[in-house]
Design a binder for this molecule. Structure first.
Ligand code: ZN
Ligand code: ZN
Ligand code: FE
Length: 755
């Protein structure tokens, strides 16, 4: 009997597992890696063959997952033995490439065992852990097609690698101090200061001394400083030109995280998982400097996930900032010589190694929402695991949006979604996006036949789509958000999609962002949206919450808005005030928007929280944080009004809420109480719309649902109203999911047209 096994079955010890199973059951045959997964043949007693198949599916190795097993009978050709064959490389190249996996407990034990030959060796790994996606050059996955091909194995490593009963059997990155990669410490000019263990000790000392150390890790460089030192952290902020956006912190061990933050059992699982993401946790008072995440009740915490991190943290015994090695808005740096120039003036010393990183992969970010894990940035440890789906059409390439981009391509039974690539504000970021597209297609041997883009005419991805000289289709931004959530949960229409975010180009040419989209068997329509208002200055408003506030006031009170004694008005210089008044009066450079993100910004600015933001979503986030631990007295009133517009029968009017905000402010109500009432009001009106539309399933998607309070209150309100709320888990609610949504919507529409 022959079987073809698809799924995550390469690089996880699947073949040795099969080998041992066949030996135990006395079966003859062979197993090999192929371009789609694993193929095997077993011959012997029928009961033993049945037991073999059952155990293979029921108890695969820890990081393996079997998606399908296709069995066919063949004439028994195998003789007495069971063998592991060399990789075959023909056929479609759709074998799943594993994500990079955090160091496993067995390897960790050896790392700190003085008797072990890999004692303190920073590149220890086995079939259950170590780099994967970050070192793969081609498929099928074996050493000759990874960046470990530069390191021929010594006899001891080779013996492990070839022994089917060894836990390093075909561990492709297998290495030891004799034959494998090594670390070194460089100064800012690339001069070697120390090697091997001395390099590690000197790097640790530099961190102790308050210096900034650029450390080459799994998917790129980190910038590291002592997280306890206000001065060191501030210095990093100045040099990296990142004034306030929170930094992630790496802690020596779980107990250290638990001392600093509240860690639920679910969050603990996430911290200790093989993906080892940055986990957002509620902060308690602790040792971490306030400059790490100013004014933020949440802290992004992670544990060491590479052997090098374990060594460093064991030496330091205190938390360090570990933020991606780049200048703000640029892609993460992966190569040591490139790091010297790109991180010049930022890092004091460079802790480097000579194992090449094939593609940049940032740390992932995740958290627990309503008791379940949710990815906010999907990169190391998660990508490139495919999103499995039924009945797709292959060959559709989706280029994503503009911020937090990813790219996606369809197969017949899955969507391949790239790792987080970042915002496309800079040229280096756009080039990295181009490379990621090429990489994804080349690695799987795919040639796209259609490109999907956002409707926004000015996005870099829109131009890229045109340049590809293939048929191009556009998918509306918020529809893509909704489709992505449907795709990851395998949900069929009808659904009501609540897509709330900052900016998305609407089908009517205005800026959408507070949308309710009804998706049915035959298509979709916009059933409700936030009452539109104008954004003086257009795109600048995303960085200047005061502009959203002025837009709201102008819509509500006309030109009188500029006479009100309120923080956003006071924050304008007389000249700015004149420009804005003219822009709004003539509706020039003041586009209409129904954006929920901008409504948050505007309310935050009206509360006096922030008039100008230093990063995307800052004011809205601060508005949420203000409400931490506050129980709302009475939800603000967002009234649902029926509209004469054909496309959207209901409008959510924020004017009553604005009126209450202004009187609350005048009465001295705290920002926290205002924020809590605002969130409660939105959750209520969301459930009101769901009731009007009547669809049982309601999807919560878009960047606004990164807001924990909003997410949890919306889920509760929907459940109380008898609906089934659905939210993102494996792909982010933010624009990181746009490419997935674009790809599946294009595939579904194609099917629709064909039938
Ligand atoms: Zn291991
Ligand atoms: Zn070796
Ligand atoms: Fe969006």
């Amino acid at each position: 009997m022959q079987a073809e096994i698809r799924g995550a079955v390469q690089g996880v010890g699947f073949r040795p597992f099969v080998y041992q199973l066949a030996h135990q059951l006395g079966l003859a045959g062979w197993v090999e890696n192929t371009s789609f997964g694993v193929r095997l043949e077993v011959e012997g007693d029928a009961a033993a063959v049945a037991a073999f198949l059952r155990q293979m599916e029921d108890t695969p190795p820890p990081n393996a997952s079997v998606v399908s097993v296709a069995v066919r009978d063949v004439a028994g050709l195998a003789d007495g033995a069971f063998v592991i064959r060399q990789s075959a490389s023909q056929g479609a190249r759709v074998a799943q490439i594993l994500p990079d996996l955090a160091t496993c407990p067995d390897c960790l034990r050896e790392l700190f065992d003085p008797q072990d030959r890999r004692y303190l060796y920073p590149f220890i790994n086995c079939t259950h852990c170590g780099p994967r996606f970050s070192i793969v050059e081609d498929v099928p996955y074996d050493r000759a097609r990874t960046s470990m091909r530069h390191f021929p194995m010594c006899p001891a490593c080779r013996a492990e690698y070839e022994d089917p009963l060894n836990r390093r059997f075909h561990a492709e990155p297998n290495a030891c101090p004799v034959c494998g990669p090594h670390i070194a410490l460089w100064d800012a000019d690339g001069k070697e200061l120390a090697r091997r263990e001395q390099a590690l000790l000197a790097a640790a000392q530099a961190i102790r001394d308050g210096k900034i150390v650029a450390t080459k890790g799994i998917g790129g460089f980190h910038l590291m400083v002592d997280a306890r030192s206000e001065q060191a952290v501030r210095q990093l902020r100045t040099r990296k030109r990142r004034p306030e956006k929170p930094f992630a912190v790496m802690f020596p061990a779980l107990a250290d995280v638990e001392r600093e933050c509240a860690v639920s059992p679910e969050a603990r699982m996430l911290l200790l998982s093989p993906a080892s993401p940055i986990v957002l946790l509620r902060r308690r008072l602790g040792s971490v400097a306030s400059a790490v995440a100013p004014g933020n009740p949440w802290l992004g915490a992670m544990l060491p996930y590479a052997p090098l991190h374990h060594l460093l943290m064991r030496e330091l015994c205190f938390p360090i900032v570990a933020t991606s090695g780049n200048l703000s808005d640029e892609p993460i740096c992966t190569d040591e010589t490139e790091a010297l120039s790109r991180l010049a003036g930022i890092a004091d010393v460079f802790l480097v190694h000579n194992r090449p990183i094939i593609r940049p992969i940032d740390d992932s970010v995740a958290r627990i929402v309503c008791g379940r894990d949710q990815v906010l940035r999907r990169a190391r440890g998660y990508a490139p695991a495919p999103i499995l789906m039924k009945d797709l059409t292959a060959g559709i390439l989706a280029l994503g949006g503009h911020m937090k981009t990813t790219v996606a391509v369809t197969l017949e039974d899955a969507v391949l979604l790239s790792q987080h690539l970042g915002d496309l504000e800079t040229m280096p970021a756009r080039l990295a996006h181009d490379r990621a597209v090429d990489d994804m297609l080349k690695l799987r041997g795919l040639a796209p036949r259609m490109v999907v883009r956002d409707l926004h005419p000015d996005y870099a991805t829109s131009r890229m789509a045109t340049d590809m000289k293939l048929p191009v289709i556009g998918v509306q931004h918020h529809l893509a958000h909704v489709a992505a959530c449907m795709a990851e949960h395998g949900i069929a229409p009808p659904v009501l999609g609540v897509a709330w975010d900052g900016t998305g180009y609407g089908t009517d040419g205005t800026i959408w962002g507070g949308e309710f989209l009804l998706v049915t068997e035959g298509g979709w329509c916009r059933v409700a949206h936030l009452r539109p208002f104008r954004l003086p200055g257009g795109e600048i408003a995303a960085r200047e919450p005061r502009r959203a506030a002025i837009g709201l006031l102008y819509e509500a009170f006309g030109a009188d808005a500029f006479t009100l004694d309120l923080p956003p008005v006071a924050a304008l210089a007389p000249a700015e005030r004149d420009v804005m008044r003219t822009a709004l009066a003539h509706a020039v450079n003041a586009p209409l928007t129904s954006s929920m993100g901008r409504l948050f910004d505007g309310f935050a600015a009206l509360c006096g929280l922030r008039q100008i933001a230093s990063y995307e979503g800052q004011a809205a986030a601060e508005f949420e944080w203000a409400s931490a631990d506050v129980v709302p007295a009475r939800p603000y009133n967002f009234s649902l009004v029926t509209s004469t517009a054909v496309d959207a029968p209901w409008i959510i009017d924020w004017k009553p809420a604005l009126d209450t905000l202004l009187s609350d402010k005048a009465a001295g109500v705290s920002v926290g109480a205002i924020s809590a009432a605002f969130h409660a009001g939105l959750a209520k009106v969301l459930a009101d719309v769901a009731r009007q539309v009547g669809t049982p399933r309601v999807i919560l998607t878009g960047g606004c649902f990164q807001n924990m309070r909003l997410s949890e209150e919306a889920v509760t309100a929907l459940r109380n109203a008898g609906h089934e709320p659905v939210w993102h888990r494996r792909v982010p609610p933010n624009d990181g999911a746009i490419a997935l949504g674009q790809a599946v919507w294009a595939a579904w529409s194609e099917k629709e047209r064909a039938t």
